[in-house]
Design a protein around this ligand. Structure first.
Ligand SMILES: [Zn+2]
Length: 205
């Protein structure tokens, strides 16, 4: 396990805790979370530039020798080179980015719009400009994100686009490798859907 990658990945759950539990109040927690998102990039980009040739993007295994299977991924206007340790891992990476390439707009805006909307609503509710039950604002946000990431984690195998594209910051996928990242999002997403489902059942009961 690459400890630096694990530590950099932990900033993602920390940001989610800030946005969902507001441990320092809504305004400070949201500002801290946005600050982490911004500064995380300043460390995670150099991490990607250093490690993209040193470990497998799919299974996270470090390379024992320099020979590896290269993969180029489009991220906005950039093309980033990654490597995989076997043909099997290369296929996993290609299927994943072909799928995210085919559904790039849905994936990008399906995450960014609910996130921005949720944060704006949370701030308006905290300033008493809007009167909404925050539990249901949180549940709506969690349900949308969970449906999206759980769907990607199961359906990426079908591929789609001819080109390999990722519509969000691609460095986050190298921190733990795509395979581990998909497992984490699959488990957390299903857990979120169960907790939201429980709240819906309680409301209807
Ligand atoms: Zn591999």
């Amino acid at each position: 396990m690459n400890i630096k990658g694990l530590l950099l990945f932990l900033f993602i759950p920390v940001t989610l805790v800030l946005f969902l539990l507001f441990p320092f109040g809504v305004l400070i927690s949201v500002l801290l979370g946005l600050g982490i998102m911004f500064f995380h990039r300043l460390i995670a980009r150099p991490y990607m530039k250093y490690y993209h040739a040193k470990k497998c993007l799919w299974c996270n295994a470090p390379f024992k020798n320099a020979s590896s299977l290269k993969i180029n991924v489009e991220e906005g206007k950039n093309v980033q080179e990654f490597n995989s340790c076997s043909e099997k891992c290369k296929r996993g990476v290609q299927n994943f980015f072909r799928f995210t390439g085919a559904y790039r707009h849905m994936i990008k805006w399906g995450i960014l719009i609910p996130l921005a909307g949720y944060l704006v609503i949370a701030l308006l509710v905290s300033f008493e400009i809007l009167a909404l039950d925050m539990q249901w604002v949180k549940n709506s946000f969690k349900a949308i994100i969970a449906i999206l990431v759980v769907s990607v984690s199961f359906f990426y195998r079908v591929g789609g686009a001819a080109e390999l594209v990722f519509p969000l910051p691609v460095h986050n996928l190298l921190l733990l490798g795509i395979r581990n990242t998909l497992w984490i999002f699959r488990i957390v997403g299903i857990w979120w859907l169960i907790t939201v489902g429980k709240d819906v059942i309680e409301l209807l009961a």
